[in-house]
Design a protein around this ligand. Structure first.
Ligand SMILES: C[S@@+](CC[C@H](N)C(=O)[O-])C[C@H]1O[C@@H](n2cnc3c(N)ncnc32)[C@H](O)[C@@H]1O
Length: 391
């Protein structure tokens, strides 16, 4: 039975009624980002939150400030490599509750007066409700004509306008994805229709040739019955990031894999998951608009799209190696062992926590291939992101 936010369910059903079956990507877009009723777009119900220990899911920034502290150290190194520009701009895309921004800005202030003075911090957030939460977190920086500002969409950044660091944590996995299934020798796309008052799947011809091109570019021929997701929106976004960068570094943190791993035999049902009250479910047609939906990121295709748009790959690593390279072991050594804070910090680092699932793609533009502390440790072979590794 379809359950969910009543007005949202009605709005999606009405669109299907008017236009016929919609792609799963369109369904996910409406469920998460319908301007009035979408999961991320509505203010949270009183006494509840989306992101956090008491929310539907938590992110690294809820666990401990060390990711923000490490990002500040990495930003300071990029600042030095760029020759201390004024302004040095940090663009955070998809900032969630604004905790990572708070941790990063606080640490920049502690670390370097010069950087704090030259810093301009732009948050790109599509949801008015999330922007309000971010403003709450960042109140100390909003008092005077402070360094912090907001944009609703990355397309508002002028081409070549950013000298500095552009980064995101768990943004790309929240973009709407197309879903496909291999039927016989052909690839079909999952559409959504209404039957007996319920949202149900319907397999149709793919809605865009980009889907078949995607796998052709990867030299991947999925086996019969294989189901998976394709994040075309992430590629558009990556090109927008590349276009707005003048000189600097791009850091994309998310759970994901190389294409070879993501589209390998062990993930034959795809990676789409929905989260409500910290519980994962595979059913996107319940709690519509009341649960988060995510799919793992294909870092190979993301890196290729970036390279085609002018962003060179600096490196690819996991969160554990990134944090270790930025001296997180020293930060943790200052904590009292076995306290909740100590255990939280370790959770970000350890393979069984968030250390290995989360991957980090680093790219640069307008710089000689930079040596960055976050990339000192190398958990993968150099060819991990090669499109031909998947052949
Ligand atoms: C999972 S949350 C990110 C969590 C956060 N970065 C953290 O570290 O806790 C995804 C965020 O991206 C925002 N978002 C999604 N699509 C976006 C887009 N196209 N442009 C800007 N923000 C977007 C959502 O509203 C939400 O704030």
């Amino acid at each position: 039975m379809t359950t969910g936010h009543p007005e949202l369910v009605a709005a999606i059903a009405s669109e299907i009624g008017r236009h016929g079956p919609i792609t799963f990507a369109r369904f996910m877009e409406l469920a998460l980002y319908h301007p009035q009723f979408g999961y991320y777009m509505r203010p949270s119900d009183p006494g509840t939150e989306r992101i956090g220990w008491d929310g539907d899911f938590y992110t690294s920034s809820d666990v401990h400030p060390i990711l923000g502290q490490a990002m500040a150290k990495q930003a300071a190194q990029v600042d030095a490599l760029l020759g201390y520009p004024d302004p040095f701009t940090i663009v955070e895309m998809g900032p969630g509750k604004g905790l990572l921004a708070k941790h990063l800005l606080s640490h920049c202030q502690l670390m370097s007066k010069s950087l704090a003075q030259r810093l301009r911090y732009v948050l790109i957030e599509c949801s008015p409700a999330m922007r309000a939460l971010q403003q709450e977190q960042l109140r100390p920086w909003l008092r005077h004509s402070g360094p912090v500002s907001w944009l609703e969409d990355i397309s508002s950044l002028a081409p070549g306008s950013i000298t500095g660091l552009m980064f995101s944590n768990e943004l790309t996995d929240a973009f709407p994805v197309h879903r496909v299934e291999k039927v016989g020798h052909g690839l079909k796309e999952i559409f959504v229709e209404v039957r007996d008052g319920r949202f149900v799947e319907r397999l149709q011809e793919v809605s865009t040739p980009e889907i078949k091109d995607y796998f052709r570019g990867l030299h991947i021929d999925l086996p019969e019955g294989y189901r998976t997701e394709i994040n075309l929106r992430a590629l558009v976004w990556m090109r927008q990031v590349a276009a707005s960068m003048n000189r600097g570094v791009v850091i994309t943190i998310d759970y994901g894999h190389s294409a070879e791993d993501l589209y390998g035999p062990q993930r034959s049902k795809g990676t789409l998951l929905c989260y409500r009250s910290q519980m994962a479910s595979e059913d996107p047609f319940v709690r519509v608009g009341l649960q988060d939906m995510t799919a793992h990121v294909d870092f190979t295709t993301l890196a290729t799209a970036g390279a085609e748009a002018g962003l060179s790959v600096t490196g690819f690593t996991n969160q554990m190696s990134f944090l270790m390279g930025l001296g997180v072991d020293e930060m943790i050594a200052q904590l009292t062992p076995e306290t909740p804070e100590f255990r939280a910090a370790l959770h970000l680092l350890t393979p069984e926590g968030m250390g290995r699932t989360f991957k980090i793609l680093v790219q640069h533009k307008g710089l000689e291939a930079p040596t960055l502390d976050g990339l000192i440790f190398k958990p993968f072979f150099g060819s991990a992101l090669s499109r031909h590794a998947a052949a």
